[in-house]
Design a protein around this ligand. Structure first.
Ligand SMILES: [Zn+2]
Ligand SMILES: [Zn+2]
Length: 192
């Protein structure tokens, strides 16, 4: 197997029952006696991070760490693809070697970059691409079927979905949006 700088590779773990490690090849170096070494940056799986795996972490989620290493090229088992989060959610078929990365991870401190993530639904959870979600046609927010009282089957058959907040504001659509950034809502009309 040949690999190039920039490739993402699966590396054999020291214990056989563990999932392969994922790394990005940064440099390939020929050592003595025909041995090839690869300089790698490790991708961490959520369970390998300090905070552990959380509910919004997808099964194919990886964090690009700041942890570098030099490994024997022999430990490379194969190549894989680490997609951006956006591209991953657009994949029609997720293969066994497709992963995604939306956070960088500082191995020493356990800090994530970015340290904020957009949240969706009434439950205010970051998007987990493994979970089915339905988008409201109006506010464009995403919802878990269970959080809005739908089954997965109903969601798949739904042509358009409008969340309860939007469907109730349709009835009183006389409201014009007001900027809330100042923290103060100024009445539009002040009649005496
Ligand atoms: Zn939810
Ligand atoms: Zn809505």
């Amino acid at each position: 197997m040949t690999c190039e700088v920039g490739d993402c590779v699966l590396m054999r773990p020291s214990e056989n029952d563990k999932a392969p490690y994922v790394a990005r090849v940064e440099k390939i170096e020929a050592g003595s006696n025909n041995h090839t070494y690869v300089h790698v940056t490790w991708y961490y799986r959520p369970e390998e991070s300090m905070g552990g795996r959380r509910q919004f972490h997808g099964s194919k989620e990886l964090f690009l760490s700041d942890h570098h290493d030099v490994q024997s090229a022999h430990t490379i088992e194969g190549k894989c693809t680490v997609h951006t989060f956006k591209n991953y959610t657009k994949l029609e078929n997720v293969g066994p070697d497709d992963y995604y990365c939306r956070f960088e991870y500082k191995a020493a401190t356990g800090a994530f970059m970015p340290d904020r993530v957009a949240v969706y639904c009434k439950c205010e959870m970051p998007y987990n691409p493994d979970d089915l979600m339905v988008q409201c046609e109006q506010c464009k927010d995403w919802y878990h079927p269970a959080c809005v009282g739908l089954t997965s089957e109903q969601t798949k058959q739904l042509a358009d979905f409008v969340c309860s907040d939007c469907s109730s504001s349709v009835k009183k659509s006389v409201n014009t949006p007001v900027p809330l950034s100042s923290g103060k809502v100024v009445p539009k009309r002040q009649k005496r």
